[in-house]
Design a protein around this ligand. Structure first.
Ligand code: SF4
Length: 319
């Protein structure tokens, strides 16, 4: 089995606010093996982006990790100094976001933004060398080197997203966290982006955590899938297993609510109810108010994780 690039053990993340404490991530444990793409899926507010920010120790105040640990190649990120964390972000782990316009600086050319990243992490790097590396990266992205002298607003959304990835990979990290990277793209550009990501994964030997609410995207892009609900991991397995045989009622509901391209469905199914209030989550299984299979035990005890053939589900149905 390949080595773990990332190991998350029993992670809890909370946001103390004036009306109580938001339990954004509750007891999450997962591994990313070298070279794999892990799709992290769930509805908005389920804790998936908070998990991504926790990995880089970039939680916005008042968010904090209250328990558990995160190891990158066996090193506990919680014990790293500020200097080590600065190195970790960019050199080792890179994160890209949904909207490149909010991450790219509109006042600087694309070339300047590559230079800024390189100079922050590689003090004293010569401008000529830095520009050569930026040009090489643009070629990997299928973008003409002339674009280095343009500003973000002169590019299409798809091209800006590719530039974001290029800046994210210029320091050769081995772990990429992509947070809803295709949400702002139309379906054609989205498909091109996913192809490019796959190419870059091979070329740069990347391990990828792909955070999205879009099951169609995750099906194309991922080797393994982790489904989150109400801050908890409810199911994880290979993409094939989870799509062919979803075990958790929430995953089953999510898949049933995706339009079927073969038009075998006459009606789109919806899940009743709303995501839980994470300040006052329901007792027991956090999904129980919406679950069609709810039992007495579900209202009292948080379900344990049950595994079969590497496919995990946290649900009392599998006790
Ligand atoms: Fe439904 Fe109970 Fe399973 Fe929760 S533990 S998903 S309420 S059957």
């Amino acid at each position: 089995m390949k080595e773990n690039v990332l190991e998350i053990k029993n992670l809890h993340v909370q946001f103390p606010i004036h009306i109580g404490t938001v339990r954004a991530v509750e007891d999450v444990s997962l591994n990313l093996r070298k070279g794999e793409v892990m799709g992290l899926v769930g509805e908005s507010g389920c804790g998936k982006s908070t998990l991504g920010f926790s990995i880089l120790r970039l939680l916005r105040p008042p968010g904090k990790i209250t328990a558990g640990e995160i190891n990158y190649h066996g090193r506990n990120i919680g014990n790293m100094s500020q200097k080590e964390l600065l190195d970790l972000r960019g050199r080792n782990i890179s994160m890209i976001f949904q909207d490149p316009l909010t991450s790219l600086d509109p006042l600087y050319t694309i070339g300047d933004q590559f230079l800024e990243t390189l100079r922050t992490h590689e003090k004293g790097i010569k401008k000529k060398i830095a520009l050569e590396r930026a040009v090489d990266m643009l070629k990997n992205l299928g973008i003409s080197p002339n674009r280095l002298y343009e500003y973000p607003h002169q590019m299409s959304g798809g091209m800006r997203q590719r530039i974001m990835i290029g800046i994210g990979l210029i320091l050769n990290p081995d772990l990429l966290i992509a947070d809803e990277p295709t949400t702002a793209l139309d379906v054609i550009v989205e498909a091109q982006f996913l192809d490019l990501l796959n190419e870059l994964r091979e070329k740069f030997d990347l391990t990828i955590m792909f955070i999205t609410h879009n099951l169609g995207v995750v099906a194309q892009a991922s080797d393994r899938i982790t489904v989150m609900y109400g801050g908890r991991m409810v199911e994880t397995g290979t993409a094939e297993d989870v799509f062919a045989d979803p075990k958790h009622p929430y995953t089953q509901g999510l898949l049933a609510s995706v339009p079927n391209i073969k038009l075998e469905q006459t009606e789109l199914q919806t899940m009743p109810g709303a995501p839980p209030d994470l300040v006052n989550p329901p007792p027991g299984c956090v999904f129980h108010p919406r679950c069609p299979h709810v039992m007495d035990i579900c209202k009292q005890e948080v379900p344990k994780s049950f595994r079969a053939n590497g496919h995990m589900r946290a649900c009392w149905l599998y006790k």
